[in-house]
Write a protein that binds this ligand. Structure first.
Ligand SMILES: NC(=O)c1ccc[n+]([C@@H]2O[C@H](COP(=O)([O-])OP(=O)(O)OC[C@H]3O[C@@H](n4cnc5c(N)ncnc54)[C@H](OP(=O)(O)O)[C@@H]3O)[C@@H](O)[C@H]2O)c1
Length: 273
């Protein structure tokens, strides 16, 4: 089978979007190398999948000095066709509440780590003149929102660098694909809620609770898995997969149509009041 010899690296494979990506891509016959810090969760996933299709690797995306060894080992086990960059989290906090250290770790995880790993995988794809780099961005990479400005900044940076790479890799056989989900039901919201606890004394405490803790639910992670599967397997993948409720998609599209003053006032009123 066409896909059988090909490897796909999935970061953040221990949970949520990365985990579903690993499951659907393994189901499509790819050999998956699943990366995350929680090795036990990766091992659990391995036990659920067909033997020989999923290989767990303990990996912290902020530890750049480990990347080269991991990538060269994966490359020694077959052609690397895909890289699904899904590892990430939301650092909550209005800018006045955010520490510079937290902002730096947010960028290390969601942006610098992703770029560092991608740079090391790219030469292997270039050698085969084929590959798919799937960057799990967010609607927050297209429209910025209050209280999660650090996260939005990392995803806007990811959009910018994905666009640049897409052009640099024009006619190379390597596609760069952005996945832009709205709210999706995963563990990311529990991680964010845990972090919100340290922001109780903020003037935004009520808004953090309402908007970041009580509100999230979102679409099933399965729909993101389907888009990632399409991005990897389609002959002509889209540059961008916008995934969310009708309301979320309309919000993103309206951003460029509605005057700034109207847009900012409406979002601020909805989230902060
Ligand atoms: N869920 C949503 O509503 C939503 C919406 C838009 C975009 N996204 C994006 O989707 C991606 C995946 O998020 P998710 O919703 O699937 O969240 P999740 O269920 O919390 O999964 C996050 C994954 O990232 C991994 N990760 C976090 N920090 C890491 C680190 N330092 N090194 C290595 N791996 C790390 C986690 O693994 P370990 O903890 O085991 O390391 C976990 O596997 C993120 O980039 C997120 O921004 C999510």
């Amino acid at each position: 089978m066409y896909a059988e010899l090909k490897s796909i690296i999935v970061t953040g494979a221990s949970s949520g979007i990365g985990k579903i990506a690993a499951i659907v891509l393994a189901g499509a016959g790819y050999k998956i190398f699943g990366l995350a810090r929680s090795y036990d969760k990766l091992a659990e996933l391995q036990a659920q999948l067909t033997p020989g299709q999923f290989f767990p690797i303990a990996f912290d995306i902020t530890q750049h000095d480990t990347f080269e060894k991991v990538v060269s080992e994966i490359a020694s086990r077959g052609q690397i066709f895909g890289l699904v960059n899904s590892a990430g989290y939301v650092e909550p906090g209005a800018i006045e509440d955010l520490t510079m250290d937290n902002l730096r770790v947010q960028f290390e995880t969601n942006f610098f780590g992703l770029v560092g790993l991608t740079k090391l995988v790219l030469p292997y794809m270039m050698k085969h003149k084929a590959g798919r780099i799937v960057n799990v961005s967010s609607m927050a990479g297209l429209v910025s929102l209050p209280l999660i400005g650090a996260y939005c900044a990392t995803k806007h940076a990811l959009e910018a660098i994905s666009d640049a790479m897409r052009m640099e890799l024009w006619r190379s056989g390597i596609d760069v694909i952005s996945i832009n989900p709205g709210v999706i039901e995963t563990n990311i919201h529990n991680v964010t809620s845990g972090k919100v606890r340290s922001l109780q004394s903020s003037r935004f405490a009520h808004a953090y609770e309402k908007y970041l803790v009580e509100e999230p639910k979102g679409l099933s992670v399965r729909v993101v898995g389907d888009s990632i599967l399409h991005a990897i397997t389609s002959r002509s993948p889209k540059h961008r997969y916008l995934i969310g409720s009708g309301k979320e998609k309309t919000g993103v599209r309206l951003r460029s149509l509605v005057p700034d003053s109207v847009f900012y006032a409406q979002v601020a009123r909805r989230i902060l009041s």
